[in-house]
Design a protein around this ligand. Sequence first.
Ligand SMILES: Cc1cc2nc3c(=O)[nH]c(=O)nc-3n(C[C@H](O)[C@H](O)[C@H](O)COP(=O)(O)O)c2cc1C
Length: 163
Amino acid sequence: MEILRVLKERRSIRKYQKKEVSKNIIEDIIDCARFAPTAINIQPWEFIVITDEEMRKKIANITDYGKFIKDAPVCVVVFCKETKYYLEDGCAATTYILLAAKSYGLGSCWVAGDKKNYAEKIRELLQVPQGYKLISLISIGYPDEEPKVKKRSLKEVLHWERW
Ligand SMILES: Cc1cc2nc3c(=O)[nH]c(=O)nc-3n(C[C@H](O)[C@H](O)[C@H](O)COP(=O)(O)O)c2cc1C
């Protein structure tokens, strides 16, 4: 899919078809995330791919607004080593994952990590060493909905030269 269409047409998908996503596609999506911009090229990220249903259920139950993770065939959990710009780096990588998924015709949804009080619980559940911060949990699967989301217009958000 053409990149500009991917950028404009990606929407958060929370309902998924019962169809597996191939390992090759998942690997390529994570491969894309490696190329995200990162302060001083530190690349503090680590990606945990979860396909196991029992583990997805556990994760879904721990989250508040991520219950649909249990019904998505894949959940990618993004952690970053706690560096100065870990959050910005991790968010850039998360965005790359959403966009790469879209370009494969997959739906995805970013579920909050960093500021949530369940972040430590998820870290412990996945046996992630201390010193790594949960950035996001990303559900991925073939979409079973076409949500319409109202976006602010270009006219409203674009400022030329000054506010
Ligand atoms: C930092 C961040 C945290 C988010 N957390 C959640 C979440 O916990 N659960 C959820 O269903 N969606 C979550 N979202 C997705 C947003 O709800 C969604 O991006 C927003 O409503 C705009 O819709 P769109 O992605 O379809 O454009 C999150 C998005 C961001 C950027």
